[in-house]
Ligand binder design. Structure first.
Ligand code: COA
Length: 340
C-alpha cells in the first residue's frame, strides 16, 4: 500500500489546449480618440498596438470566454466534459463572488458534479493553478484536471484620461489546458516556485469599499472604486528584478542551464520587461514568445493563450521542456517548469 506521504508514481501530461478571444478589437488609434495618448507612446512603453475586449451587449464575459477555450481544449484532447474530474478556473474577474464561475463552467461543459473552484491569483493565477493541479494528479486523487485562465480586465478600466496609464495595457481573453495522469513518469513538473508579498498590495489593486480599500496616503476616491489602481513604475521595477530571479531560482532547483529549457512561456505584461529577462539569460528570441502586440496584458489568460498558440504553430511539442512564468498583483510571482 502507498503511504499518504509518498504519492504513487504517476506522470502528468498536457493532453490538449484551447483559447478564446472576445469579438471587439481595441487599437491604439481607438484609444487616441478617447484619451490623451498616442500610438507611439503606447508602443514604445509597452510593445502593445491593439488588444481584444468583450462586447457586453453580446453577452460576452469571463465565463463565456472560459467556456469557449475549455470546449476547444477538450476537443484538442479528444475528451468530453464527462472525462474531467476537477476544474480550476484562474481569474480575478469572476462574474460574482458567489457562485464561483468555475461551477457554472463545469456545468456548461457537461462535467457533472465535479470539484470546481475559482483561483484568485491575479496574473499568477494560471501558473499557481498548474502547480496545484499537478499536485492533485500526482497524489493519485484525480486523473483529468482542467486548468483555465480567463480574465476581462476591460470591465475595470476607465477609457478616458483618468485611466490612461492602465487602459492601454490590459486586454481580455481565455486559455485552457487539460492535464492527465500518464504511466510515463518522465513527464510532468520538474520544478516550480510560488511567492507572494502582501506588504506591497497597494502597488496594484482594485478598491471596492471607499472607507476600507485605499492605502495610507491615498485619499479615498469614489471615482476610483472598481477601477484598477497601479503604481506603474514600482510594478515595472519589481518585475524587471523578480522575473529573471524567479527563473534563475527554478533553473537552480531543477539543476538545469537556461539553454536546456526549450521555451519560456511568460506572462505578457510589457514587451520591455520580457526583453530584459531574455537578455539576462542570453536567450534567442524564439525561446521567449511575445504576443503582447495584439493581445495586451490578459492577466491569468496570457500564459495559457501563449501555450496554445505555440502548440498550434507546432513550436511546442511533446518531449520538450517549457517553463511557465508570471508575476502580478499581490504582489505575486511564480513559475512552473514542465517536461512535456
Ligand atoms: N499616454 C501618454 N502619456 C501617458 C500615458 C499614456 N497612456 N500614461 C501615462 N502617461 C504620462 C504620465 O502621466 C507621466 O507624465 P508626467 O511625467 O508628466 O507625470 C509620463 O507619461 C510618464 O509616466 P510613467 O508612469 O512614469 O510612465 P512609464 O514610463 O513608467 O510607463 C507604464 C508607464 C504603465 C507603461 C509602465 O510603468 C509599465 O509598463 N509598468 C508595468 C506595469 C505592468 O506590467 N503591470 C501589470 C503587472 S501584471
Amino acid at each position: 500500500m502507498t503511504s499518504p506521504l509518498e504519492p504513487p508514481k504517476i506522470g502528468v501530461r498536457i493532453a490538449g489546449t484551447g483559447m478564446a478571444l472576445p469579438s471587439q478589437e481595441l487599437t491604439n488609434q481607438d484609444l487616441e480618440r478617447v484619451m490623451e495618448t498616442s500610438d507611439e507612446w503606447i508602443l514604445q512603453r509597452t510593445g502593445i498596438s491593439s488588444r481584444r475586449v468583450i462586447d457586453t451587449s453580446k453577452g460576452e464575459c469571463t465565463l463565456t470566454l472560459a467556456r469557449e477555450s475549455l470546449a476547444r481544449a477538450l476537443e484538442d484532447s479528444h475528451l468530453h466534459g464527462t472525462d474531467l474530474d476537477l476544474l480550476l478556473l484562474a481569474t480575478m474577474t469572476m462574474e460574482m463572488g458567489c457562485p464561483p464561475s468555475a461551477c457554472r463552467l463545469a456545468s456548461d461543459v457537461g462535467a457533472g458534479a465535479i470539484g470546481a473552484v475559482d483561483i484568485s491569483g491575479a496574473c499568477c493565477g494560471f501558473v499557481y493553478s498548474m502547480n496545484l493541479a499537478y499536485g492533485m494528479i500526482r497524489s493519485g486523487l484525480y486523473r483529468t484536471v482542467a486548468v483555465v485562465g480567463a480574465d476581462t480586465l476591460s470591465t475595470y478600466m476607465d477609457y478616458n484620461d483618468r485611466g490612461r496609464s492602465t487602459a492601454i495595457l490590459f486586454g481580455d481573453g481565455a486559455g485552457a489546458v487539460i492535464l492527465r495522469a500518464t504511466d510515463d513518469t518522465s513527464r510532468g513538473l520538474i520544478a516550480q516556485a510560488m511567492h507572494s508579498d502582501g506588504s506591497r498590495w497597494q502597488d496594484l489593486y482594485i478598491p471596492e469599499v471607499l472607507d476600507r480599500d485605499f492605502p495610507p496616503g491615498h485619499e479615498p476616491d469614489p471615482a476610483a472604486l472598481h477601477r484598477v489602481q497601479m503604481n506603474g513604475r514600482a510594478v515595472f521595477k519589481f518585475a524587471v528584478g523578480t522575473f529573471p530571479d524567479v527563473i534563475a531560482q527554478t533553473l537552480d532547483r531543477a539543476g538545469l542551464r537556461p539553454d536546456e529549457v526549450d521555451h519560456y512561456i511568460c506572462h505578457q505584461s510589457n514587451a520591455r520587461i520580457l526583453e530584459a529577462a531574455r537578455e539576462r539569460f542570453g536567450l534567442p528570441p524564439e525561446k521567449l514568445y511575445v504576443n503582447i502586440g495584439t493581445r495586451g496584458n490578459t492577466v491569468a489568460a496570457s500564459v495559457p493563450m501563449c501555450l496554445h498558440e505555440l502548440r498550434e504553430q507546432g513550436r511546442v511539442r511533446d518531449g520538450q521542456r517549457v517553463m511557465f512564468v508570471a508575476f502580478g498583483g499581490g504582489l505575486t510571482w511564480a513559475t512552473s517548469l514542465w517536461q512535456l
